[in-house]
Design a protein around this ligand. Structure first.
Ligand code: NOJ
Length: 583
């Protein structure tokens, strides 16, 4: 296949002056294929900003805080789901793909948000959840009301149970949130009926993507948001939509994390799982994305698809971003890589090799709404499976000082890499995972489906602190907050860090500004020698990066210091610290 190289895609042009009539700023300069280098900031609407004071974030709250993201220097936002939903999985259980849930506002609020973002030069990516709907979705309700074998039931995956009376589930698959992946219906006359498949919560029935009707509906959903001006879609469970014919039994080789990812300490086993599970990474998914790509390409302005595909190894993930499929895929291998020189060098090389082989940019990510925040995760001293979360009884809880220092060093390393980076709201404040949430406030279905054995993901979803002295730290106008905020978050609030040299917020702003000025997103990694194993040392264009992942201080090479993740004494770079120097 004739795949254009990444370099052929990376010409830079200046965009039009903003619609406000102001002169274009540095922020307005975006590459023609903006997504190849973009820094994309994930907003988790429940927890970003609450305009109406009910304790739940909303779209108007986001709009009001967009100037802060413009100041931060990001290129795009990805909004986790804000659609009509009973919120059994925090909105990843969608009951109407083309409307806004009243807890978040209205479609008019979405339009205002998007317009304001575009005025500020920020693109808007929405979340598409195609593997499953909510059980409250009218399509599923119609399937329940219709007889066995009906067209309505064929939109989802209903099967007879095994055993003399159908009393056993159709196969042995487990939900990734824990427990059985099948739920049995009760017929209107009270007798037990068919079973339906849900790879996630009971309230998230899987669609049957072999059914052309399902495909047609989702083409319509894409067009709905594209017509409204959305710049693209983050595609949920993009590795899970097609199931192997016959739905054969399957037992994973290891206990997995909640998204189907697991620990990278045993890469061979995880690769085997990704290759063999009859519900992940089936070849048939690619036909769907080729079809979607044709839809997106009808629209002007480079709308994009970004895959959430927990697949291993990276050469397999790259199949999601072949030239006629998606534009980006999340690099979970990078997120899951332990903090250390050899492991980081390997995953950076593997990423650049795998993605450039198909002409796609690599992406980089350290945190999101499903994983332990990296300011805590990087200092865990015991293995912690993805999606299990951490709580008071977790083994190997992190030292918060070490965690924050490593997180700052890791971010400074990540933002110097070529390609596109994802940031998760609050990491620019250095927020840690909240470990001691009261059990009664937890909402993640993982917690309930495992009877509290896995804490789940609430600890990374606590509402953001904006103002140190305000109720709910400025999350909203009242003290209400759907998850309680730790008392010490006042000192981490945005206004307490704004303009403070050395604060995590100012470190992010500086890194993003320098990244843009030096066009690091367009560059390449040239490895440099001169240090031992714990040191990650490379040149990207006009910048030399030195990340000390070890404990022994080193002396920096010559060159003007552009950025350091911690204040330095002279030119000594301590452990867990990253420096950028002018090449
Ligand atoms: C991945 C999403 O990121 C996660 O939050 C959600 O629970 C599952 N997919 C199911 O939709």
């Amino acid at each position: 296949m004739n795949t254009p190289s990444a370099r052929e895609h990376t010409a830079v042009r200046e965009v039009e002056p903003s619609m406000t009539g102001e002169a274009p700023t540095e922020h307005d300069r975006t590459p023609a294929e903006w997504w190849r280098t973009a820094v994309i900031y994930q907003i988790y609407p429940r927890s970003f900003a609450d305009a109406n004071g009910d304790g739940m974030g909303d779209l108007a709250g986001i709009t009001g805080r967009l100037p802060a993201l413009h100041d931060l220097g990001i290129d795009a936002i990805w909004l986790s789901p804000f659609y009509t939903s009973p919120q059994h999985d925090a909105g990843y259980d969608v009951a109407d793909y083309c409307d806004v849930d009243p807890i978040f506002g209205t479609l008019a609020d979405f339009d205002t948000l998007q317009h304001t973002a575009h005025e500020l030069g920020i693109r808007v990516i929405v979340d598409l959840v195609p593997n499953h709907s909510s059980s409250a979705h009218p399509w599923f309700q119609a399937a329940l009301a219709a007889p066995e074998g009906s067209a309505e039931r064929a939109h989802y995956i209903f099967r007879e149970g095994k055993g003399q009376h159908g009393e056993f589930p159709p196969n042995n698959w487990e939900s990734v949130f824990g427990g059985n992946a099948w739920t049995r219906l009760t017929n209107p006359d009270g007798t037990p009926g068919q079973w339906y498949l849900h790879l996630f919560d009971t309230t998230q029935p899987d669609f049957d993507w072999d059914n052309p009707w399902v495909r047609a509906q989702f083409r319509g959903v894409l067009r709905f948001w594209l017509d409204r001006g959305a710049d693209g879609f983050r595609v949920d469970v993009a590795h899970g939509m097609i199931k192997a014919a016959g739905l054969p039994d399957y037992t994973p080789p290891v206990e997995g994390g909640s998204m189907g990812g697991a620990t990278v300490t045993e890469p061979g086993i995880i690769a085997e799982w990704a290759e063999t599970a009859p519900y992940w990474a089936q070849g048939g998914v690619h036909e769907i994305y080729r079809d979607w790509r044709l839809v997106l390409d009808e629209y002007p302005g480079e709308r994009i698809l970004a895959a959430e595909a927990w697949v291993d190894p990276l050469s397999h993930v790259a199949e999601w971003v072949r030239p006629d499929e998606m534009h980006q895929a999340f690099n979970f291998a990078y997120l899951e890589t332990p903090w250390g020189g050899p492991t980081l060098r390997r995953v950076i090389d593997d990423s650049l090799t795998a993605f450039s082989a198909v002409g796609a940019p690599s992406t980089w990510v350290l945190s999101n709404h499903d994983v332990v925040r990296h300011a805590s995760r990087l200092a865990l001293t015991a293995e912690n499976l993805q999606g299990h979360g951490i709580g008071p009884k977790t083994a190997g809880l992190p030292d918060t000082v070490v965690g924050l220092q490593r997180a700052r060093a890791a971010t400074a390393l990540m933002l110097a890499l070529p390609g596109s980076s994802y940031l998760y709201q609050g990491e620019e404040l250095g927020l840690p995972e909240v470990i001691d949430l009261p059990d009664a406030s937890r909402e993640d279905p993982t917690w309930f489906r495992t009877n509290g054995e896995r804490y789940g993901r609430d600890g990374c979803r606590v509402p953001l602190p904006w103002e140190s002295a305000a109720p709910s730290y400025g999350f909203g106008p009242t003290s209400a907050s759907w998850l309680p905020q730790p008392a010490e978050w006042g000192t981490l609030a945005r206004d307490a860090q704004e303009g403070v040299p050395g604060s995590t917020l100012e470190l992010y702003k500086l890194a993003l500004r320098l990244r843009r000025e030096h066009a690091l997103g367009l560059g390449a990694v040239d490895w440099l020698a001169g240090f031992g194993d714990p040191i990650v040392h490379f040149r990207n264009g006009g910048v030399v990066v030195v990340a000390n992942t070890g404990t022994e201080p080193i002396e920096l090479p010559a060159g003007e210091l552009l950025l350091t993740s911690e204040p330095l004494a002279g030119r000594t770079l301590p452990g867990d610290t990253t420096a950028w120097l002018r090449a």
